[in-house]
Design a protein. Sequence first.
Length: 304
Amino acid sequence: METNNELEVHILNGCGAKNKDDLFNVLSAEAAGMKSATAARLSADAIRERLAARERENPTELGNGLFFPHARIKQLQGLTVVLAVPKSPLGPGGGFASPVRLVCMMLIPEEAPMEALKFMSCVAGCVQNHECHDHLCRILSEGNLPRLMGLLNLNAQKTLCANDLMRRWRCELAPGMKLQHATKLMLAEDVQIAPVLENGKLAGELSCTELFKLGIPDFFTQLKSVGFIRYFDPFENYFAKEAASLVSDVMTKTVSTFPPDSTLIEVVFAMAVKRIQLIYIVDADNRLLGIIDQTVLLERIINL
């Protein structure tokens, strides 16, 4: 166990949990015996309920096989972390959307969410690098805490980057897709803006706001009142023309892209000052890695 005034880390060896509920039981029991939780008089039952409640609000699967259950606890004095590698990946049969190969549970002091975010970003950064991911899993399987702390290099000052904040997109479209099909997919996933990908590369985006304007004549947006044309149908040509179009006919090709090492302040500036609704994180070949919107940013920063 590694401890200091702010951080306490434990590696859980031989995690044999078969599903999410079982995993929460194991993690909670482990955390309840740690110094910070004991000092705060947190029982395993109380920890499990906090984790489960947070998970019900918003699932914490971050992709790449990483699961980050966590909870904010007012009386906790330091960040408490339990890391584990399940003996077998936990998939849909165990209550997860995709196979989970690495678990990082965090109990977070109410007043110190940024410390937790930095720890999360260190682990997520390792997981996203294939070689580092394998190294991390070996260290956890061995239970070698000093090597783990060295790998994460937690004492180094880390700047939060787009790579730490992004999430996977829920809906993707193709240029040759019919617009009718595209809008059905966006409705099903409840997204207002969807990336358009061609061979994995970002080709543009389709926005409900811009799509809605397609059927409205230009002069309509200049009107101060519609009183004198109240029986005019602004969508009279919409279904005859736009509904038969392809995504490539109406998509916006100029989108806001950022490299994965863009800083938090660059992302915030783009959204708050430039009023960009959706930021795309791409690699050097313009392949889409993830997205950041205001919901993602607020969830990662404020609601941790």
